[in-house]
Design a protein around this ligand. Structure first.
Ligand code: APR
Ligand code: PHB
Length: 388
């Protein structure tokens, strides 16, 4: 088989890139190691920057999002039992879309099918070859037979544990990493959300977040040690701890119920530079990881897709240097999101070695945020998404 762009990974970034390239007249093949049902079974965050909404509109995949998604014009922050709102609308005339990431991926699958996009599922053992030549190719196995795709370019949309970044010689990559000394225990419950907006709470016992998927499906998180045994966190224990960390009004309004999904995830910041090696480009989690505090994971992947689909389109229109700009352009925005996610995480969480002084500093940072439109504006413009 031959194609112009071989995309490794059928998650949101791989599907979005394939769709945008198709609409630009560039053919691609997506290799996904799992089944479509497996990809769509992942429960993930649902805060979309408005830039992500615009990219889904350009991909002709935003119709259901506009029907079923929720517009949020602000978030609530809380500390020392006091809450305040950061109003995106009045500060920067902006908003975010609340729409499950699984739905984004499902909509992209449907859009690819409508245009007869080529997605190979259960493509096992993908291996990238001759990336530093002008004739790269990818091999993989389906139905116990080895397949080969010759292409102009390979794009790694295969996440943190994928094969793409691992195919780059270590000497050609510089990586940056920060592992946070705690994780998030996340619970999905078929209960009405405690608030019609997200609540980020800083508490001496640890961080808590109240989110939602829709008006009957709530998503909650509390900071926990990464190695906490799951058996410690019965539903009752979770609800009690969440309630302790929320301001009184939210704690009183909390509707408890059986969890339908419960797990602990670690938090890290990670960046690999550059996001290119020869004919291979890295996109999304394959190149960077953010702590979920700033809800940047999917949005940053979409940002990379914006820069890469633009560079590939310009390349095929004859601009031979266009692709040289992808990595520096994408990284410039990646590091701003890495910074914001780090800042939100360090401001809102209680660190194991944190003393009373540090707690007071966090509480004064939040008090400053509460009192300053300038401080709230910097939070708002980063949260809704900086311009591409
Ligand atoms: N071969 C083929 N497919 C692979 C391989 C491989 N060797 N390794 C991983 N994949 C597939 C995974 O099965 C997954 O479907 O690549 C896809 C990667 O998707 P994501 O992990 O979702 O990464 P990405 O598309 O960059 O999305 C970025 O959105 O999925 C969320 O929160 C997540 O921050 C992340 C963001
Ligand atoms: C979620 O809804 O899962 C979510 C929302 C906001 C975040 C992280 C996760 O910052």
């Amino acid at each position: 088989m031959r194609t112009q762009v071989c995309i490794i990974g059928g998650g949101p970034s791989g599907l979005l890139l394939s769709q945008l390239l198709h609409l630009a007249g560039i053919d691609s093949v997506v290799l996904e190691r799992h089944t479509r049902d497996h990809v769509l079974s992942r429960i993930r965050a649902g805060v979309l920057e408005w830039g992500t909404v615009r990219m889904m509109e350009r991909a002709e995949a935003a119709e259901r999002m506009h029907k079923e998604g929720f517009l949020h014009e602000g978030i609530q922050l809380a500390a020392a039992n006091r809450g305040f709102r950061v109003d995106f609308k009045s500060l920067i005339d902006s908003k975010v879309m609340i729409y499950g990431q699984t739905e984004v991926t499902a909509d992209l699958y449907e859009a690819r099918e409508k245009l007869d996009g080529v997605i190979v599922h259960e493509a096992q053992g993908a291996a990238l070859h001759d990336l530093d030549s002008d004739a790269p190719y990818v091999t993989y196995v389906t139905d116990n037979a080895e397949q080969r795709i010759d292409c102009d370019f390979v794009v790694g949309c295969d996440g943190y544990h994928g094969v793409s970044r691992a195919s780059i010689p270590a000497a050609k990559l510089k990586t940056f990493e920060k592992v946070y000394p705690f994780g998030w225990l996340g619970v999905l419950a078929e209960t009405p959300p405690v608030s019609d907006e997200l609540i980020y709470a800083n508490h001496r016992r640890g961080f808590a977040l109240c989110s939602m998927r829709n008006d009957a499906l709530s998503r909650y998180y509390i900071q926990t040690p990464t190695d906490d045994p799951m058996e410690k966190w019965t539903d009752a224990a979770f609800w009690d701890e969440l309630q302790r960390r929320l301001p009184n009004e939210a704690a009183d309004a909390l509707v408890k119920g059986p969890s339908v999904e419960k797990n602990i995830v670690p938090l890290r910041s990670f960046v690999a530079e550059p996001m290119r090696y020869g004919r291979l480009f890295l996109v999304g989690d394959a190149a960077h990881i953010v702590p979920p505090t700033g809800a940047k994971g999917l949005n940053l992947a979409v940002s990379d897709v914006h820069y890469l689909h633009k560079a590939l389109t310009q390349h095929y229109q004859g601009e031979r240097l266009a692709l040289d700009h992808y990595s520096p352009n994408a990284l410039a925005r990646v590091w701003k999101a890495i910074r914001f996610s780090w800042w939100m995480t360090t401001t809102m969480h209680r660190f194991p070695d944190q003393g009373e002084f540090d707690q007071r500093i966090q509480e004064s940072e939040l008090a400053y945020l509460e009192s300053s439109a300038a401080a709230q504006t910097q939070l708002a413009e980063n949260y809704v998404g900086l311009p591409y």
